[in-house]
Design a protein around this ligand. Structure first.
Ligand SMILES: NC(=O)c1ccc[n+]([C@@H]2O[C@H](COP(=O)([O-])OP(=O)(O)OC[C@H]3O[C@@H](n4cnc5c(N)ncnc54)[C@H](OP(=O)(O)O)[C@@H]3O)[C@@H](O)[C@H]2O)c1
Length: 251
């Protein structure tokens, strides 16, 4: 029996990873602020799933997730994910908002990883993946919280990967490009409103700039994440893997 703890896993890419690991027989500990419906869907598909409701920024959420895994008896895989921060330009973000999102996007995931390490050690190792964004490689204007805080997380995880590799704990980030989820639909609506054009125009411009000519699917990201989270991944650690259809980010 293998156990996976997944945060931000009630929709989009997180849910696709949960489904993928469920199909591989993992017992799933599924977090989001409201994971009840996702857990019901996973159970209906025949997978073993337990829900833990809570914001990743709260200390209690991380503690409860690790406690549930401890009760089940082991931890093999940890997915660090959450919803994206508000789409805001540099001059629009005040100190309080910086602190709130730093807690959610950096402190929260790192706290959970720190609490999970003893459980990984007990089992002789483990696998960790954080979902980040292609914009970490090349920051995009108008999303300063995402650009800055994901970069901080990725470098902290890289450090952890270097320090924990000898204990069999492999830690990577997966950076999605444009993946068709509710998050991207919301992004397109915002962009269209800002530019005073139609949503279709924004979508067509995006897909036109992607070498594979289309948005990615959550399942295509989940496939890569599931590999990195499994024991099939024997020698990849400390990396950020882009799943972006070949998108060339302007520098
Ligand atoms: N879609 C893309 O093209 C794209 C591209 C680059 C990067 N990303 C990033 O990849 C991540 C996942 O994107 P997605 O499109 O799959 O998003 P999504 O469909 O909005 O899913 C986000 C998930 O996280 C949960 N969540 C939100 N806030 C949370 C919190 N504070 N604590 C715990 N769980 C939380 C949500 O459920 P609840 O509402 O129940 O909490 C939901 O299950 C986001 O950070 C997004 O910015 C997405």
């Amino acid at each position: 029996m293998r156990v996976a703890v997944l945060t931000g896993a009630s929709s989009g890419m997180g849910f696709a990873v949960a489904r993928r690991l469920g199909a591989e027989g993992y017992t799933l500990v599924v977090n989001s602020r409201d994971p009840a419906q996702a857990v019901r869907r996973l159970e209906a598909a025949g997978y073993k799933a337990v829900g833990v409701a809570g914001d990743l920024k709260e200390e209690g959420t991380a503690r409860r997730l690790v406690e549930v895994a401890e009760r089940i008896g082991r931890l093999d895989a940890l997915l660090l994910n959450h919803g994206g921060p508000p789409v805001k330009a540099f001059m629009e973000v005040g100190e309080e908002e910086w602190r709130e999102w730093f807690e959610r996007m950096v402190v929260g995931p790192l706290r959970l990883l720190r609490l999970a390490v003893p459980l990984f050690r007990r089992g002789g190792g483990g696998r960790v993946v954080a979902i980040t964004s292609f914009t970490v490689k090349s920051p995009y204007p108008g999303i300063v919280l995402s650009n800055a805080l994901r970069a901080a997380l990725v470098n902290a995880l890289k450090t952890a990967a270097l320090e924990l590799g000898r204990e069999g704990i492999l830690i990577n980030a997966v950076a999605p490009g444009y993946i068709l989820t509710e998050r991207i639909a919301e992004w397109n609506r915002g962009q269209a409103a800002r530019e005073g054009v139609g949503v279709e125009e924004v979508a067509a411009r995006t897909t036109g700039s992607i070498p594979l000519g289309r948005y990615g699917k959550a399942e295509e990201v989940a496939e890569v994440v599931a590999f990195l989270l499994s024991e099939r991944n024997g020698y990849v650690t400390g990396q950020q893997v882009l799943v972006d259809g070949g998108y060339v980010v302007a520098t």
